[in-house]
Structures are given as structure tokens and as C-alpha cells.
Design a protein. Structure first.
Length: 172
């Protein structure tokens, strides 16, 4: 679904586990890393999209995760001009609602080939702020805003880290 301003409605997923790390996926056949994300289908509500994308991208069903929280607002990024396709309606970027999920299952429950069209061919658990240095440049500000907004929830239940660590990451 593309809104009236040209933004594709989308969900972003920050999956964490009790050891205090977050899931980062390697896009198939690329050296590009990102969180699971994807667009809303017509007539689909946001939580339905979260669980559908979670299944399609990393093979987890809703029984293996717990929703910790989500961003209050939609967060937007524009695509670089060279990535904008001439479609009707034209999509100029993504407008995302970000969800923080906790894995209640195990690493063995993650299955990158659960879907007929895999999006990732590798993954790892990383430090909460690490994805800021890995994600493609035009998504970086949205990642920073989502991670910053959700950090009190994350650091409220994780065992390690400090919310102040964002300042040290951004000052580099």
C-alpha cells in the first residue's frame, strides 16, 4: 500500500533475545545487512503484517515471540532517486511502524528458507546499536530513530548495556 504522499506503508522488526542482542539479517546474494521489514498488504492491519513478515523473512511464527512495544509514530525515509521505479502510484520511500519483539523460542526456530522467496541468506545476533553502522545509508536515520525510541523498553528487560551507549555510537 502506498499512501497519498508516495510512501509505502511498512513494518520494521527489531527482534531481540534475553542475552541482550538483536537479530540482523544479511540480504540474499548481497553484502547488505538489515532488520526484517516489509510492506502492508491491502486490508491488513499492522500487527498482522508484523507476524506475516516475521514468518516470511525468518520463519518465526507468533508463538515464538512476544511484542515488547512499537514506535509511537510512523518513521519515514526517502529512496535515492536512482532507486525510484516508474510505477503507478510512484513510491518515493517507506513509512514504517517499528516493533520490538522478544524471541521466546530458540535460535533453532529461525528458518531463513521458510518462505518460497527468501530475503536473507545469513544472520547473526549483534549489539543493540551495531546495526546503525551496517544498514544502507538512506535507512540509517530511521534505524537511529527507531532504536532510540525503543531503547528504554529494550534496556528495561535486557541484561546488558546502557541507553547512554547511543551517544558513544553517534559521536564516532
Amino acid at each position: 500500500m502506498i499512501d497519498a504522499n508516495g510512501y509505502r506503508l511498512n513494518v520494521g522488526i527489531i527482534l531481540t533475545k534475553s542475552s541482550g542482542q538483536v537479530f540482523l539479517g544479511k540480504r540474499i546474494n548481497q553484502n547488505a545487512w538489515q532488520f526484517p521489514q516489509g510492506g502492508l498488504d491491502d486490508q491488513e492491519n499492522i500487527e498482522e503484517a508484523v507476524f506475516r513478515e516475521l514468518w516470511e523473512e525468518i520463519g518465526l511464527d507468533r508463538s515464538k515471540v512476544e511484542i515488547i512495544g512499537h514506535t509511537r509514530q510512523w518513521l519515514k525515509y526517502k529512496l535515492p532517486r536512482k532507486l525510484i521505479r516508474s510505477t503507478k502510484p510512484t513510491c518515493i520511500g517507506q513509512k514504517q511502524k517499528w516493533y520490538l519483539l522478544k524471541l521466546t523460542g530458540t535460535d533453532a526456530d529461525i528458518n531463513l528458507t521458510a518462505s518460497m522467496k527468501p530475503e536473507f541468506d545469513g544472520w547473526e545476533w549483534v549489539n543493540y546499536w551495531f546495526p546503525l553502522s551496517q544498514v544502507i545509508h538512506f535507512k540509517r536515520e530511521v534505524y537511529r530513530r527507531a532504536l532510540k525510541e525503543l531503547s528504554p523498553l529494550y534496556f528495561g528487560f535486557s541484561k546488558g548495556g546502557s541507553a547512554k551507549s547511543l551517544d558513544s555510537i553517534l559521536s564516532k
